[in-house]
Design a protein around this ligand. Sequence first.
Ligand SMILES: C[S@@+](CC[C@H](N)C(=O)[O-])C[C@H]1O[C@@H](n2cnc3c(N)ncnc32)[C@H](O)[C@@H]1O
Length: 726
Amino acid sequence: MEALGIDRERVKQVLKDLLATYENNWELIAVDNYSVLADAIFEEKETEATREMEEKKKKPEEAECSAAEVDRGKKKVHELADEDEDSMAEAVPPLKRLRRGGEGGSALTLNQSTSPSLGSPSLNEPTTYDNDTVPILLPYHDAGAFIVPKDETLTVTDMSSSPNHPDSMERGNSSIPILEMEKTNGHVDKQDGETVSTVHGTTNDVPPPTTIQRFSDQNLAATQAESSALELASSASGEVKINLSFAPATGGSSLRLPSEEELRRAMEDKCLRSYKILDPNFSVVGFLNDICSCYMDLAIKANNSANQSPEKLPVLTTNVEALKISAARMDFASSSTNDHNVDGTDDRNGSAARMELMISDDHTRDDENSAAGDSMGLVVVPECQASADEYRSISNVSDITLGRETVEIPWVNEFNEKVPPSFFYITQSLVYKDAEVKFTVGDIRDDQCCSSCCGDCLALSMACSCATAANNGFAYAVGGLLQNDFLEDCISEARDPRKHVVQYCKECPIQKAKNEDVLENCKGHLKRKVIKECWIKCRCNQRCGNRVVQQGIHNKLQVFFTPNGKGWGLRTLEKLPKGAFVSEFAGEILTITEYCQRSKEKPTCPFVLDAHWGSEELSGDNKSLCLDGTQYGNISRFINHRCLDANLIDIPVHVENTDPHYYHLAFFTTREIDAMEELTWDYGVEFNDHVYPTTPFHCRCGSEFCRNIKKPITKSKKSKKRGMRE
Ligand SMILES: C[S@@+](CC[C@H](N)C(=O)[O-])C[C@H]1O[C@@H](n2cnc3c(N)ncnc32)[C@H](O)[C@@H]1O
């Protein structure tokens, strides 16, 4: 200690305090070459110096002197430590003792930009945070992997092999392995000795084709970690990627890599000692999580800041398989003129969330065209201009339902940078305000439930009262599929005009809601076949075969961006048999009046629950209902329309009771559907009339029965038109 200019008395005093703090555990103090002791002394000096500076403003020179002394001392400690490191060679992992706050080489810098994109700060200009804002640079001895929450992986990448990595230049031959946390599908990449030698190895002629090599080849360091000791980037799953760099060199390939557990323990131990974190609940994983969530919060705040200058916006890098785009598709994206909004307009360039594509194999910024030819490492990089909603959508990439369904439903956009619209995912429809929908046990009549059944109603020789309440028998067959006859009846009822049974209201709620001077006549409503499922007052088993829709979605589905101008759509990832339940349409339950008011403000696409209209007297305006899945909805809000021969059919399903005003609208397959086929249903819209208050769209269903096809103008009509103009 004398070599550092610390006098014996001070050492004694501090040592005494430390022994008291560490309960006479000398080993803890001796570890790391008494660095705890050195730190404590310098901290004390620092405190003194600061106090002196504050108190003796009259003598600023004195204070400066003390501070300088501390700095000199610190420098010396690090010089000695570095010498130690050199001399320790490979046998013992070199000491790397980093203290709170930025000091010298250990100063923590956060690269705000992770991609050299337009308007982003230069990657070579790390933002250095002061001691207050940057708490800790995590010390690290060696490469390894430990599990972080949500199945993330730590992999080792070599930032130093980048020729222009500033650290590699500053530190000579030092290797600066980077720990990279990356979301994977639940597997953990452990790094082995060979991998580490790649990390260190400019000597390896043929590096193994690992993530490591890919990243180093890509010049990742040059774009992401230059002069950075710790860098963060968001992942598309809503997690944040952390790169931790440790320097200087930690040794060669002969180093024994610690296990994840060893590493975690060592880290926690070190943090507890070095940073005097006394909370017994402290954990490194928790600490990393905190970094991630702070980063995410800051990024989102930065997004929302109206005055944010584009230069200062951080760039969030997403690196999720689902967002990787194949070269062919990229090619399409760059040349496609078919990139429309739902309403058919094209706003690629005007989009608020501009995303940029980077090619991983050459981690320099590139345009979309140059992506062609590389199908492996394309990463979509949304700039931080993305709104919070858009950002949220990006983070839902693996499950747009946010875990609310029993199956995960991912989304993917293989064509452009758009993200799904923001909405609240609900699994069951909800009353918006005035809709009169109430289910009470007391209201369930005996003929609307099967109170004497047990087990599986479908196993009975006679249909139970639930089945007969709506039909002559069960709509479902054993195994959960619809009875073929029942399904065929439903299909022809919907498709074949000869089978249409149309009912007329005395006073049609739709015409009333238009609020026009003269109340128009009802245009008619299609009578529909319905299903009645067993429910709460039935004595059968919850797994009874007459309970299908209420069990919810169970197929593998995916939301995807359609290539033909319909916006987002829904497709199945697995083959579906004919008659299978897919999903129900969940949304806000609105009265027709509420809907009409709403549609004046913004375009929506509601579905009128009019299967029984005309056959019964509507006892109040609040009982004529529709469903709107635009703001609150489930996966069905993504199902696009197809005229006539859609592969789904919507069938009214009574679950809770048989009240004709409200029912569930459930989608079943009309035929066998192949994996990756888009799911569609016929909205029932007529494109040339305005009976239903649906926002019009130009139909792109592609069906040969499309009702939106402009009829060719006949000669006589042409001349008529000409005549009109003339
Ligand atoms: C219930 S949403 C379906 C999901 C929608 N595609 C999206 O991107 O959110 C209904 C809207 O999708 C679009 N759409 C659905 N089917 C379509 C079709 N066959 N042709 C063109 N646009 C369609 C229309 O804009 C319609 O208003």
